[in-house]
Design a protein around this ligand. Structure first.
Ligand code: DGL
Length: 273
C-alpha cells in the first residue's frame, strides 16, 4: 500500500473524537481512517499527565502498526497532556492536535466575554495557558469543567434532563456575565451543540473547532503529497478498548452511519488485538 492510500489514525478517550472524524470525512471523502476510542479508560479529564501520556503512546504505537500516515489527537485532554510528548517520542510522524479555540473567539466576541468548556486536565495544561496568554489578553474568559458531561455523551444522552442540568450549571452563570461566545474545548461537546444553543439562545456563538482541524489535516497531507488520489470511497475502521456494543450503538447517533467496531485489549501499556 502506498503512503497515499494509508489511513489517517484518529484517537480520543471515547466517542468525542468522532466529532472531528465527522468533519474530516466531509472534507476528505476519499481518505481511509482508523478511529480508536479508549473507552476502557474514559474519562481522561481527571487523570494525571503521566497516565494520559502512557495511554496516548500505546494508542499511537497501535495506530502506527495499522500503517497510519498521520495521527490526529482528536481529544483536547490528550493534546494538552501528551501532544508534545508524542512529538518527542515519534519525531518522524505528523501529529495534529486540538487546542481550545480562544483565538477565533477573541476575534468574534462583541461583549469581550467568552465561555470556555473543557476538562480539568485541559485547563491545567501548559497548552491552555499558552493559548490564553497569546490570544486571550483582551477578553474575559469564564471557564467550566462540566463535571459528568463526557459520561452523559458516552451514554448517548445528548438531550436528557441530566445532561441539560449539567450544561445549565455551566452556562447560566456565564450568560449572566454577558458572554456572547462559547468555546468547546472538549471534542465530546459538539454533540450537545443543539442543547447548548437552546440554553444560551440565538445571540451566543458556539465554536466547534472540528472543521478547522480537518482543514489543517488536509493541508498537511497535501504538503506531504500524502492525499489518497485513487478516488476510492472512504473506509473507516473503529476500535474500542471496551465493549464493542456501546460504540456500535452510538455510531448512528453521532456519525449518522453504522460501522463495525473491533475490540482491543490493553496489556502492559500496549494495545493488542
Ligand atoms: N474528548 C476528550 C477531550 O476532548 C474528552 C475528555 C475526557 O475523556 O475526559 O478533552
Amino acid at each position: 500500500m502506498s503512503a497515499r492510500q494509508s489511513p489517517i489514525g484518529v484517537f480520543d478517550s471515547g466517542v468525542g473524537g468522532l466529532s472531528v472524524l465527522r468533519a474530516m470525512r466531509e472534507l476528505m471523502p476519499n481518505e481511509s481512517m482508523i478511529y480508536f476510542g479508549d473507552q476502557g479508560h474514559v474519562p481522561y479529564g481527571s487523570r494525571s499527565m503521566v497516565e494520559i501520556q502512557k495511554f496516548s503512546e500505546g494508542i499511537t504505537k497501535f495506530l502506527l502498526e495499522q500503517n497510519s500516515k498521520l495521527i490526529v489527537v482528536a481529544c483536547n485532554t490528550a493534546s494538552a497532556a501528551a501532544l508534545k510528548y508524542l512529538r518527542g517520542r515519534f519525531p518522524e510522524l505528523s501529529f495534529v492536535g486540538m487546542e481550545p479555540a480562544v483565538k477565533p473567539a477573541a476575534e468574534i466576541t462583541k461583549t469581550g466575554k467568552v465561555g470556555v468548556l473543557a476538562t480539568p486536565a485541559t485547563f491545567q495544561g501548559a497548552l491552555y495557558a499558552s493559548v490564553v496568554e497569546r490570544f486571550g489578553a483582551d477578553v474575559e474568559l469564564f471557564q467550566h469543567t462540566c463535571p459528568g458531561l463526557v459520561g452523559q455523551i458516552e451514554k448517548g444522552e445528548l438531550d436528557s434532563n441530566a445532561t441539560r442540568l449539567i450544561l445549565e450549571d455551566a452556562l447560566l452563570p456565564m450568560l449572566k456575565k454577558n458572554i456572547d461566545t462559547v468555546v468547546l474545548g472538549c471534542t465530546h461537546y459538539p454533540f450537545v451543540i443543539p442543547l447548548i444553543e437552546q440554553i444560551a439562545g440565538g445571540n451566543v456563538r458556539v465554536i466547534d473547532p472540528a472543521p478547522s482541524v480537518a482543514r489543517q489535516v488536509k493541508r498537511l497531507l497535501e504538503a506531504g503529497e500524502k492525499m489518497n488520489q485513487t478516488g476510492e470511497s472512504l473506509r473507516v475502521r473503529f476500535y474500542t478498548s471496551a465493549d464493542t456494543a456501546s460504540m456500535e450503538s452510538l455510531l448512528p447517533l453521532l456519525l449518522g452511519t453504522d460501522g463495525e467496531v473491533e475490540a482491543v485489549k490493553w496489556k502492559d501499556s500496549q494495545v493488542t488485538l
